[in-house]
Design a protein around this ligand. Structure first.
Ligand SMILES: Nc1ncnc2c1ncn2[C@@H]1O[C@H](COP(=O)(O)OP(=O)(O)O)[C@@H](O)[C@H]1O
Ligand SMILES: [Mg+2]
Length: 356
């Protein structure tokens, strides 16, 4: 059985029937089921570790739109990979420092941070911090100093390659058994020099797409920027993963956006979909990921499922140097249109030829 959702459900069902037959009371209740799910998430690594990738995966999490779930996905995928046994490094590349906040890593002005490695003389090794989420998870925080980096980098030699070189030097300086399996780079909501550094540093891009109207707007610009980076700066970069975020099961629109994205991007889209879930948005306020804040919540288990898929795909990956798979063009925004009365139309009814 390969579908992770199905796996989780059947393993929960097995637990439930054992509990019922052993006279442990009413395991049908939502609270009991949530408790079981929480146990699954927190004791995951011993029971069901994720497979290691065929090579170190440096994944750039990008989408120039703000508020689509880049930071939330970076943090929660990072924690899930780490809890399930994979060494993971999260690099916060957004001056807002939201990923650092969510991982409980200090990022006040003056804290050794990604700024010092990009603009200053520090190595990445100098600015890596531990996290409380897992010993497998390290974080390079971002301070507000990074806001000036877009301008300061302009005059720096090889300015687009700063992050790539920093990551390579860091990895090569570590003994093999301490090197990260995964490096996740959380991008700011723009296509400036910081995002460019992240696209040059990464081997692959993960694009979170919010299941909302306008979700696809601007995606074309991002994809053509990635094409430009591939042509001129980083021949290996490719979009490998699309993650649907903030799916609201109560709206038809969310399903329509999800269908449209799947029609267009096919297998790049993870089967796991992240629901809109209040626990996900509460967790950063406590300096936590949703997996540690409320492990049994739907937000938590869906991020575990997404991370599992990511890891399973990574395990099937070969060594570097493979030819990058062609990336489909972005679907037109008009692929999702509203009728004049404001109700949404079926995507198929308005889809244009190049979104097929
Ligand atoms: N699945 C979700 N359910 C509920 N709220 C979410 C979810 N994912 C993200 N959010 C909230 O949406 C906002 C934007 O998410 P964020 O990850 O910061 O986006 P980005 O990094 O792309 O700007 C944040 O307040 C975050 O807590
Ligand atoms: Mg962000």
């Amino acid at each position: 059985m390969t579908d992770p959702g199905e796996r989780l459900r059947s393993s929960l069902a097995a637990d439930q029937s054992t509990a019922t037959s052993s006279g442990m009371g009413d395991w049908d209740s939502p609270i009991a089921m949530e408790a079981l799910r929480a146990t699954r998430v927190l004791h995951a690594a011993d029971q069901d570790p994720f497979p290691t990738p065929g090579r170190i995966r440096v994944i750039t999490i990008a989408n120039q739109k703000g508020g689509v779930g880049k930071t939330t996905s970076t943090v929660n995928l990072g924690v899930a990979l780490a809890l399930y046994g994979l060494r993971t490094l999260v690099i916060d590349l957004d001056p807002q420092g939201n990923a650092s906040t969510a991982l409980g890593v200090e990022h006040t002005v003056g804290t050794p941070s990604i700024y010092d490695a990009l603009v200053g003389d520090s190595t990445l090794t100098d600015v890596v911090h531990p996290t409380t989420a897992s010993p497998n998870l390290l974080c390079v925080p971002a301070t507000i100093d990074l806001a000036g980096a877009e301008i300061e980098l302009v005059s720096v030699v090889a300015r687009e390659h700063r992050l790539r070189r920093a990551i390579e030097a860091h990895i090569h300086g570590l003994p093999a058994d301490q090197r990260p399996h995964y490096v996740l780079i959380d991008c700011p909501p723009s296509l400036g020099l910081l995002t460019l550094n992240a696209l040059v540093a990464g081997d692959e891009v993960l694009i979170p797409i919010q299941c909302e109207y306008y979700a696809l707007e601007g995606l074309g610009q991002l994809l053509s920027n990635i094409d430009l980076v591939r042509a001129h700066l980083n021949p290996g970069i490719t979009v490998r993963t699309i993650l649907l975020t903030m799916h609201d099961g109560r709206t038809r629109l969310a399903d329509q956006v999800a269908d449209e994205v799947r029609n267009h991007f096919g297998d790049l889209v993870l089967k796991a979909v992240i629901p809109r879930n209040v626990r996900v948005s509460e967790a950063p306020g406590y300096g936590q990921s949703v997996l540690t804040y409320d492990p049994g919540s739907r937000g938590s288990t869906s991020y575990v499922e997404a991370a599992r898929e990511l890891a399973q795909r990574g395990a099937a990956m070969g060594q570097p140097g493979r030819t990058a798979a062609p990336v489909p063009e972005a679907p037109p925004v008009a692929a999702l249109a509203f009728s004049e009365d404001g109700s949404s139309q079926a995507p198929g009814s308005t889809r244009t030829q190049d979104s097929q």
